[in-house]
Design a protein around this ligand. Structure first.
Ligand code: ADP
Ligand code: MG
Length: 303
């Protein structure tokens, strides 16, 4: 485990992830205090990516549970492989006692392990468990998770209690489509992940779209930062995330763009936005005003 915040920041960067100081502190504390880390933020700000990069940085296996409405324990924790059990019972028919056959089908080889159970059984150095988009799961699932996160052990009636080999490092993410329970939040360290500032976005662009060159990348970083801030942000339903700005930089390179102008911006609006209305809203005129020099003369348009 990285022994300092700086070392962790470095290790994340080597894994391709640029974290600011506060995020690095939150991740460091999650490791040090062995607490789950809850990351909340708009889509596309780098929540899922942090978990992936952290797994790489720590050399831990990434186990991902994607949440959705209707997600059930058996898909998250474990279930018995009924088909295989049935086959076993069929094959055993006639030979031996029924009770014995029944005991045989509740053996580990008939257990289908899902991420939450796998996370307990991962060999050293342990797993990184990503519980992605927990806000999509329903409340009963959240309640079940609360118990799991509190004890980090699972009781399987037929087999007994499974305790972790090494406690997993756990990251939960939420796009905040609904509020999470206070009880769940209390179990976790909390970090609100915001859009990157201009410098960090530029660093990401340099790493992920190197062909774009310095001048164009700087323009892209300023432009998306402006799109995400008022008054422009209210013209759109959803601001572009980091993935969109990286894609956009690549697209601009593919179009041999050296410098942004209103035409190329409105022509490529479909890369910045994924909503029809938002694409339509980024007109040539609006692009023109977004490209105007700023009144305060500064480049960093974020407050
Ligand atoms: N801090 C970062 N450093 C490097 N790349 C990033 C960073 N944040 C986001 N990205 C890029 O943006 C993409 C979207 O991020 P993602 O983690 O999927 O967003 P979220 O989970 O918050 O919706 C990632 O695939 C990655 O390419
Ligand atoms: Mg995500």
């Amino acid at each position: 485990m990285p022994f300092s915040i700086d070392a962790l920041t470095q290790a994340l960067q080597q894994a391709g992830y640029f974290a600011d100081r506060r995020l690095a502190v939150a991740a460091f504390l999650a490791l040090k205090l062995q607490r789950p880390l809850l990351l909340e933020g708009e889509p596309g700000v780098g929540k899922t990516e942090l978990a992936k990069a952290l797994a790489l940085a720590l050399g831990r296996e990434l186990l991902r549970l994607q949440c959705y409405d209707g997600l059930e324990q058996r898909e998250a924790l474990y279930e018995w492989n009924y088909a295989a059990q049935l086959l076993h019972l069929r094959a055993a028919e006639g030979s031996g006692s029924a009770a014995e056959a029944e005991r045989e089908v509740y053996q580990p080889q008939y257990l289908i392990r899902r991420p939450l159970l796998q996370a307990l059984q991962a060999p050293a150095p342990g797993a990184l468990l990503l519980i992605d988009e927990i806000d999509r799961a329903d409340e009963p699932f959240e309640a079940f998770l609360l118990e799991y996160l509190g004890e980090y052990q699972v009781s399987i009636p037929e087999l007994g209690t499974v305790r972790p080999v090494v406690a997993p490092v756990t990251i939960l993410t939420s796009n905040r489509t609904r509020d999470l329970h206070d009880a769940l939040k209390r179990r976790c360290l909390y970090h609100w992940l915001d859009y990157p500032d201009r410098a960090r976005e530029l660093a990401i662009l340099r790493a992920r779209a190197p062909a774009a060159g310095e001048a164009l990348s700087a323009q892209v970083a300023s432009f998306v930062a402006r799109l995400r801030s008022q008054p422009f942000a209210s013209a759109f339903q959803r601001a572009p995330g980091i993935a969109e700005s990286v894609e956009w930089a690549k697209a601009l390179v593919a179009l041999d763009t050296l410098e942004l102008d209103p035409d190329v911006v409105s022509d490529t609006a479909g890369i910045l936005f994924k909503q029809r209305e938002d694409v339509a809203a980024l007109t040539r005129d609006l692009a023109g005003s977004l490209l105007q020099p700023q009144e305060d003369g500064g480049q960093d348009i974020r407050p």
